[in-house]
Design a protein around this ligand. Sequence first.
Ligand code: ZN
Length: 312
Amino acid sequence: MSTQAKPSLATNFVPAISRRLVLSCAAGGVSVAVCPLVRQAGAAEHSPIRFLVVTDTHLGYRDQDSATQQWRRMADELARAEGKFVLHLGDIVDGGREAHYPTYVEVRQAIGKAVHEIPGNHDPAELFQRYIRKSIDTVVDHDWLRIVLLNNARPESHDGFLAPDQLAWIDAQCEEAAKQERFVIIGMHVPVHENRHPDRGWYVKKEYGHAEFYELAKRHAARLLAVFHGHFHNGLRGWTDHAPVHEIAFPSALYNQDRRLEEQKAPGYNPIEFRPGFTLVEITPSAIRLEFKPLGQDIAVKKTLPREGIDR
Ligand SMILES: [Zn+2]
């Protein structure tokens, strides 16, 4: 854990390494057309994209006003933080308490950046459509990056669900992104990654598209950089065993719990920092850099996730 005075990201980040590798690949007598490093990226041409991730605001939590007050303070900080746009990874309101959606939207306006949400299991689809966005599953393109956003949560369950038509839709979005030479992040509230005890045990199970999703991820591995989730309230939680695709569950903006995962040697990573906050993301095709900022505090966690096969 380290602290720093200001929530800003370094500007001289990454491309140097991938550029060097690309050059050495070309210099090694391999024609550029078949060099996998060159084919994968042309990473040096992609300038870093900075954005902010917030999740699990749960307005109306325990029928008290505290979650709304915290969302107001968070919106204030998001407004001042460096980032082109904001992703909200679900559980906007707690338990579908309808009266809180207009409050969420009103506070959101103070951020002064585009905010792209997905529903969580606490957000009934019809309320999300009424107050947030008519078409739930959607795509946001920013420069060389495509963000595929979809609903894989259901109010009656903590598990995730990927219907065949959603998988086909993700597939099509990734294919189109490849044609446009874009890289892809997928955002959905519930992790796909298996996470049994001592973890939550909440994920996309076998009968709901687990294997099918990883087949898809493999097929699009040249373009798919990461899958982003909320839902866990466990601070920053992630896995790297489906490399090169990173799977990351982001810290809640309302509360996080220490499940002592590192101590119990649970797979993946879970830095010991459990205050509520938001995450600054800086991404290139070669690496994802995360900085977690607890509400009202300095940055407390920094993590760089290199893209395997390029940045090593
Ligand atoms: Zn949730």
